[in-house]
Design a protein around this ligand. Structure first.
Ligand code: GLY
Length: 353
């Protein structure tokens, strides 16, 4: 996978013009969803570098991260006369950058694309690192490819368009980055006031968070080893999301990750002696910030089943990323069914589910 350029932009128009210039093209396409068309496109629509571009707009939210939506983007590219030398700009959250990145990566075997993430979640995670894809067969991000954007341009002004829920959703990935880096980053995240946001401080933390992810992706772009660290909280988090999807309950990805972090830190404490005080401090932060995900023991089998579909699994074992301490990462840790059920019991008892 080619290395991508991630820019924390102070002047989006200039940064985008420079990024587009680096990708000579015949036609330019801009992908938005219905939300970013309304809230974010107005910021960019008069940019000289986007003059003459063709707009493609898809439905917002994860329910639209489907094969049908993907096909509609391919069709729009085809109808708009896209060739292998065309360029696509994805302006949106993780759904737009994941699906747009996959559409671009597969259209005529791949056209180049630029990501402009507009949510905290996509700034610190989804748009960086070249994972693209769609949901399929009831499973999250089941189909996709690794293919990095040519450039990722972060303009933290967009953070001010987000409601509290979407800020908290992205913040969970930042918390994950804190847990896999240093006690200092982790403590800074637990102490930040999400009810009265200091945007200047948040921008600094976003830059640090992206740097943590970039360092890992650079060492292991296609997740053969170290990049699995970025899946902390996701084995259980994805199972919660899949259960919620099946039961028509709406939960944001980051909320599922935050709840998944509690479970996987418990497993870390049991299996790797992760310090209990840090488990409880993180748990308390998650409970206060994200509330809880409700499920009962009749749903354990279904959750276990979802975990068996996790992409990290090998040889019929459910593979977790665990921590022996903050920043002390242990990838490829299997757990027995009993350990997983015990973890779910702990979650329900300690989180009031
Ligand atoms: N979201 C995890 C990764 O990019 O590897």
């Amino acid at each position: 996978m080619t290395r991508q350029e991630v820019i924390i932009s102070k002047n989006l128009e200039q940064s985008l013009a420079a990024a587009i210039e680096k990708c000579p093209h015949d036609r330019l396409f801009v992908l938005t969803d219905t939300t970013t068309l309304e809230l974010c496109w107005p910021v960019t629509q008069n940019y000289e570098c986007l003059k003459g571009s063709t707009m493609i707009t898809i439905g917002a939210t994860d329910e639209n991260k489907t094969l049908e939506t993907l096909a509609s983007v391919w069709t729009a590219l085809q109808k708009g006369g896209a060739t292998r030398h065309s360029l696509m700009v994805n302006l949106g959250g993780g759904m737009v950058t994941d699906l747009g990145g996959f559409a671009a990566s597969t259209f005529k075997r791949g056209i180049r694309y630029i990501n402009i993430p507009t949510t905290l979640l996509s700034m610190v995670d989804a748009s960086v690192g070249g994972k693209t894809g769609i949901n399929f067969g009831g499973l999250k991000n089941e189909i996709g490819v690794f293919n990095a954007a040519s450039s990722v341009l972060l303009d933290t002004r967009f953070l001010r368009t987000l409601d509290g829920q979407n800020i908290r959703s992205g913040y969970a990935e930042m918390l994950k980055h804190g847990l896999i880096s240093t006690p200092r980053e982790w403590a800074e995240l637990l102490n930040f006031d999400l009810l009265d946001i200091d945007y200047t401080h948040l921008q600094e933390m976003v830059a640090k968070s992206v740097a943590i992810k970039e360092e890992i992706v650079e060492k292991d772009p296609t997740e053969k080893g170290l990049r699995k660290a970025l899946n902390l909280g996701h084995t259980v988090g994805h199972a919660f999301e899949s259960l919620a999807l099946e039961e028509n309950r709406t939960i944001l990805h980051g909320y599922a990750v935050a709840w998944g972090l509690v479970c996987e830190l418990y497993l870390s404490a049991k299996r790797m002696s992760f310090p209990k005080d840090k488990l409880w401090q993180t748990l308390q932060f998650v409970r206060e910030t994200y509330g809880t995900f409700f499920f009962d023991c009749k749903e354990y089998d279904r959750l276990f089943d979802f975990m068996t579909h996790d992409k990290k699994n090998e040889a019929n074992q459910i593979n977790f990323t665990l921590l022996a301490d903050i920043g002390d990462i242990r990838i490829n840790q299997s757990a027995t069914r009993e350990e997983i059920l015990d973890m779910l019991d702990f979650y329900r008892e300690s989180m009031g589910s």
